[in-house]
Design a protein around this ligand. Structure first.
Ligand SMILES: NC(=O)c1ccc[n+]([C@@H]2O[C@H](COP(=O)([O-])OP(=O)(O)OC[C@H]3O[C@@H](n4cnc5c(N)ncnc54)[C@H](OP(=O)(O)O)[C@@H]3O)[C@@H](O)[C@H]2O)c1
Length: 288
């Protein structure tokens, strides 16, 4: 479809953005559905985000995604916050309705879809989550909203996100029936116990991401037993050290590729009101 005066703009604001797969998946989906939209990437850092958002609001942009390092600061710049953003304190999607910017976080939704896609049902069950960064918070909040019974989180007590996580847990306990327990990374007896009662272990830290592919957030492979499904939200490499350890121990595994796909599909729906043709996009850009 040619770009005309009617074409609506969507975008990604982050730094770096040149490696992103998002323009491919969104522009191809617009083309397949005959929607008059375009998706572009803009290199915007935290110190220029406010100015960029002010400008984009004036252009009448339909919406945009945020990636590192902008997921936290955007929350102060939006006019309205979805329930999950209120819980998490970070957003990855903005929808512009006639100048009113509403912030959403589709990372958690994307993750929960990827769990289903891998054939697992975790509603009413217990999961263990490694990490308390932006993606981990989104996963924790969405899992709680979707009916996971208990979430054990493991993180470094020195983390700059520790206090924010404690605040998030208080809100989750007020608004959902889920129990969330925050543990220190070094508490190995607690980790062993948490994994024994969990149906799913998720790595939401950057440990194991390229180029540091020799690292795993779980060092002792004997903690991984076949009753446990193991997910890693990292997608580069496709199989992290954690996933290869888990596979060798007989655990079912999945990586972060489909989380990436489904977080994009949810943003697409928020902007256009249409379902992304995920099967085609999966085949074209997300097959191994
Ligand atoms: N598949 C997807 O769609 C998707 C979406 C978003 C993110 N991701 C991936 O998820 C990962 C995290 O992203 P993010 O946006 O959440 O980043 P982030 O906000 O910077 O959080 C990173 C987390 O990793 C922890 N961490 C880093 N090194 C560690 C170590 N050596 N030991 C223990 N914890 C460590 C950090 O702990 P401290 O706070 O203590 O430093 C923090 O909890 C990245 O690899 C990213 O590519 C994937």
């Amino acid at each position: 479809m040619p770009i005309t005066g009617h074409t609506r703009l969507t975008a990604l604001l982050g730094s770096p953005v040149t490696h992103s797969i998002s323009p491919l998946m969104h522009n191809e989906s617009f083309r397949l559905l005959g929607l008059d939209y375009v998706y572009l990437c803009f290199d915007v850092k935290e110190d220029t985000l406010e100015e960029a958002v002010r400008g984009l609001r004036q252009t009448g942009i339909r919406g945009f995604n945020l990636t590192m390092p902008n997921k936290n600061k955007i929350v102060q710049l939006a006019d309205r916050l979805s329930l999950s953003v209120q819980l998490i304190g970070a957003a990855n999607t903005i929808v512009n309705d006639n100048g009113i910017l509403t912030a959403y976080n589709t990372d958690g939704y994307g993750f929960m879809q990827s769990v289903k896609d891998a054939g697992h049902e975790i509603t009413g069950k217990t999961m263990t989550l490694m990490g308390i960064g932006g993606a981990a918070a989104a996963i924790c909040a969405q899992a709680a909203l979707d009916g996971v019974k208990k979430i054990h989180i493991f993180a470094r007590p020195t983390s700059r996100f520790w206090n924010r996580t404690e605040e998030m847990i208080k809100k989750i306990h007020q608004k959902t029936a889920c129990t969330v327990i925050l543990h220190e990374n070094g508490d190995l007896p607690a980790l062993k116990k948490a994994l024994e009662e969990s149906a799913l272990l998720v790595n939401a830290t950057s440990v194991g991401m390229a180029p540091h592919t020799g690292n795993s957030i779980i060092e002792d492979a004997s903690l991984l037993t076949p009753h446990l499904a193991v997910g890693d939200i990292i997608y580069n490499p496709r199989e992290t050290k954690l996933l290869s350890m888990a596979r060798e121990r007989g655990c079912p595994t999945f990586n972060g590729m489909y989380m990436l796909l489904y977080q994009g599909a949810e943003a697409f729906k928020l902007w256009t009101g249409r379902e992304m043709p995920v099967d085609v996009i999966k085949e074209k850009y997300f097959s191994e």
